[in-house]
Each structure stands twice: as structure tokens, then as C-alpha cells.
Design a protein around this ligand. Sequence first.
Ligand code: ADP
Ligand code: MG
Length: 251
Amino acid sequence: MLDVKNVCKSYSKPGSLLGKKRQEVLKDISFAVKTGECVGLIGESGSGKSTLGRLILGLERPDSGEIRIEGAPVSEWKKSHGGEMSVVFQDYTTSANPRFTVEEIIAEPLLGGRKSRSVTIDVRELLTKVELSTTLLGRYLHELSGGQLQRVCLARAISTRPRFMVLDESLSSLDVSVQAQILTLLRNLKGELHMTYLFIAHDLQTITNLCNQVIFLYQGEIAERLPSSRLAFAQNDYARRLLNSVILFDG
Ligand code: ADP
Ligand code: MG
């Protein structure tokens, strides 16, 4: 599904003359994700996770290396598969328009020349999929809880029936119990819609149940990459530190 090969990305440092001083944000990143797989991308704040997410979504281009989806460069793939890739960002409070109702937010990506009637039906179906009551259709964002709002964003993200979804710290700001509910939902959707996920997070807590593979990103480099079932065998210091903190937390 996704093939990331030798990707490098740098940004000019703020205040540097003519942008000459550059900060390397991603250094020689390579990995692949198979169809139907869920890959967890874990790293501390500033390690380059969101940058990698934006490159994969085709919102920015790498300095070198290449990213292919189903064999085609991202930009090409997007032209013929618009809507089949979607994203849920970290800050869901700013990722939806506060003047829109729940119905309008979810319907937005669907309104590609279709009659509003069929869209209404789709929106109801989508709400049911994310386990929200259809009585919320007319509500505005400030009338929803964090968990409800995140489900609305999820419903919008799956409205176009994407096959590939990037979730960038989408659950980080939610209570652990709500996170668990949404993770269960994501797992069910994965089975139902045969989706491939790239799940970005800064801790391991959330993702081990959902992901088949975990990539540890440390200062722009892949520090370790393991199947979830083999996390206990991590060699890298940073990965081990994270794993130990999880065991401490649980025990
Ligand atoms: P993460 O999502 O892991 O917290 P980011 O990918 O957001 O990390 O950022 C990685 C580094 O790249 C940070 O040091 C950040 O300041 C820098 N960075 C990200 N985007 C830009 C940009 N558009 N311009 C300049 N620097 C950026
Ligand atoms: Mg980020």
C-alpha cells in the first residue's frame, strides 16, 4: 500500500539568513505498510512525526527520497484516488468549522455534486458507525463533548470511504476511557472497511492493541521498527525507555 524510501526533509531555521541554515527534520526514513495493516509511529514531540504524516498525505514534498502509494508517487495517486486517503489531526477543535452543524461537518467531503437528500442518509449512517446518536445532527461544535467531537471528525474522515487513513495524535487529548472506546471503534472500522492506518502517537499506551507494527522515531530517524508482538525485544535505548514506562504505568 505505502512505500516510503530514503525520505529526507529539512526546514530552514527561523531567523537564518536567506534560509541557509537548515534543520534536518527527517533523515533517511524508509518503511513499508501493507494493505489492511496498522502501523504505529511513535516519537516524542518534535521528532518529525507530523512532518512525515504531511509528506505521506502529499501536503508537502520530501527533499529527497520517494513516497509511493500502490506503486504510484503520492501526487499521482491522489489525482486518481481523491478521497481514498483521509486524515484526522491532533487538534480536532480547530480542524472543523465552528459555524457548521454536525451534519454539515460530516457532509462536507461528501458534497461532490450529490443531492442533499442522499447525503442526509449517508450522514445518519456515518453517525451510527461512530456510535453517535442521530439527535446530534443539528448541534454545533461547542455543544459536544471532546469524545463526541472526535467521533464527528472520524465520521467525516471515513465519509469518503477512504482506504488509507492517517491519524495524527487524534486521541491524545481525550480521557483514557474515551480513547479506549474510539480505539475499539477504529479496530471495528478497520475490519469493516478494510482500511490501512498510520497511527501517530507520542506514547505506546494507545496503540499496541491496534497496530501490527510499531516504528519508533527519534530525532528524525527510525530508532527501531518491530511487529507489535515483538515489542519486548526492542534493542534501542529510546524504545526500551518508552516500553519500560508503559510497564511501570500498567503495573
Ligand atoms: P512532531 O509531530 O513529532 O512533534 P513535527 O514533525 O511537528 O514533530 O516537527 C519536527 C521538527 O520540525 C520540529 O523541530 C519543528 O519545529 C520543525 N518543523 C515542522 N514543521 C516546520 C515548518 N513548516 N517550518 C519549519 N520548521 C518546521
Ligand atoms: Mg505532531
